[in-house]
Ligand binder design. Structure first.
Ligand code: FDA
Length: 394
């Protein structure tokens, strides 16, 4: 005998729980299924354990999508302020770290507890460690075979199983398979917010820099981000690199402008006036980490003291520091990517309800949809907003 509900939601992550809360509080009988042992595992590990749960400056411009207009409706109907109100109602203390990024003061677990308590109040049935064995369309809606030979049915099915990032944490790509099953279009998926790797020769050259972080502007084509850049033993990371990685494609070059707010040329000229006998790396060492200063001076082939460097030579050295061209070999892939770019083609979905236009009763929300935010709380805001508007509609 099939158990019947008004709505079945697959995936007890950020989007699925938010959708369940909204639908449940509107009186819907909701079944929320997940194959993991615990709900909201990505929330738990997010933001270094403090969950960067939203960004107060969220606008649609902070998202990548083949259709940049799609996210507007949901983002306008459920705003960062709405989520913050919920956080505050639950007495969770928070702080703004930088650039509008809001974090829990204590622990990301506070957010999970808040969502669980809201789900309980909304009468949501949550079942964990449930494998989704098959999904089938029936004249009345959807029938699912799940673990233990059980069958569940509902007129509405919401897919909130996230993307492919971090398979070790339970990412499966189920949403894309269900989209394919129902003949819905997909925008090619690729890892986003991910460290970039370097070819072995360059990696060896940059090995002494591993662990160094510097302020930088990183550019790829017309897009650039000013945040920290981190050299690692695998290549390049840090917020500036994670941000640009979502815009980077295999074969593209990127340009690093180290210390973008400093006029390094003026500083080197001043150093030359004050003490022309010093080596350029010594002068650079006053403003950059010493190992980086050393490597950049070597890269510019400067083996003479500052006094012997004409303006042209100083300019060439500055080019190496503030217009440093690198062609990354690749990215670390889904193993470490924070998000999956691409996904369910938004042309298939109604932006107000997240329902598939050609498949009544089937909805997609959260990361599996072709809407991907920048680093900084934007991805959770999309999960909350798309989950909320869907929960409002079903
Ligand atoms: P999410 O991945 O959260 O949930 C999907 C759920 O579906 C999971 O519970 C999973 O177990 C379940 N599932 C998957 N396949 C299934 C299957 N076959 N059967 C049953 N269940 C299945 N964003 C942000 O805004 N601020 C931040 O601080 C961070 N930090 C961060 C750190 C790290 C390390 C990562 C990897 C990611 C972030 N993110 C982030 C991104 C953020 O975590 C992500 O955008 C949201 O979790 C997406 O929410 P969803 O609900 O769509 O998917």
């Amino acid at each position: 005998m099939a158990r019947k509900f008004d709505a079945i939601i697959l995936g007890a992550g950020a989007a699925g729980m938010m959708c369940a809360i909204r639908a449940g509080s509107r009186g819907r009988r909701v079944l929320l299924l997940d194959h993991a042992r615990a709900p909201g595992e990505k929330i738990r590990i997010s933001g270094g354990g403090r969950c960067n749960f939203t960004n107060i400056n969220t606008t649609p411009a902070n998202y990548l999508s083949a259709n940049p207009h799609f996210a507007k409706s949901a983002l306008a109907r459920y705003t960062p302020r709405d989520f913050l109100d919920l956080v505050e109602r639950h007495g969770i203390s928070w702080h703004e770290k930088t650039l509008g990024q809001l974090f829990c003061d204590n622990s990301a677990k506070d957010i999970i507890r808040m969502l669980l308590s809201e789900m309980q109040a909304a009468g949501v049935t949550m079942e964990l460690q449930q494998e989704i064995l098959s999904v089938e369309k029936t004249p009345d809606g959807y029938r699912l075979n799940i673990s233990g030979g059980q069958t569940v049915e509902a007129p509405t099915l919401v897919i909130a199983t996230g993307g492919k990032s971090i398979p070790k944490m339970g990412a499966t790509g189920l949403a894309y398979r269900i989209a394919e099953q129902f003949d819905l279009g997909l925008v090619e998926t690729r890892p986003g917010l991910v460290p970039l790797t370097l070819d072995p020769a360059l990696l060896e050259k940059l090995a002494p820099l591993s662990g160094i972080a510097v302020p930088a502007e990183v550019r790829c084509g017309k897009t650039s981000f000013r945040e920290a850049l981190l050299f690692t033993h695998r290549g390049l990371s840090g917020p500036a690199i994670l941000q640009i990685s979502s815009y980077w494609r295999e074969g593209d070059g990127i340009t690093l402008k180290i210390e973008p707010d400093l006029d390094i040329l003026a500083m080197l000229k001043a150093a030359r006036r004050q003490n022309g006998r010093q080596a350029p790396q010594t002068a650079l060492g006053e403003i950059l980490p010493k190992r980086l200063a050393q490597l950049l001076a070597e890269k510019a082939n400067t083996a003479v003291p500052l006094a012997e460097m004409p303006d042209r030579a100083l300019e060439a050295l500055c080019q190496e520091i503030q217009a440093w061209q690198i062609v990354p070999a690749g990215s670390e892939g889904y193993r470490t990517a924070e998000v999956t770019l691409g996904g369910i083609d938004t042309r298939e979905l109604d932006s107000r309800t997240m329902e598939a236009r050609r498949v009544p009763g089937l909805h997609f929300i959260g990361e599996c949809v072709d809407v991907t935010g920048w680093l900084g709380g934007y991805n959770f805001q999309w999960a909350w907003a798309s989950g909320h508007v869907c929960g409002e509609a079903i």
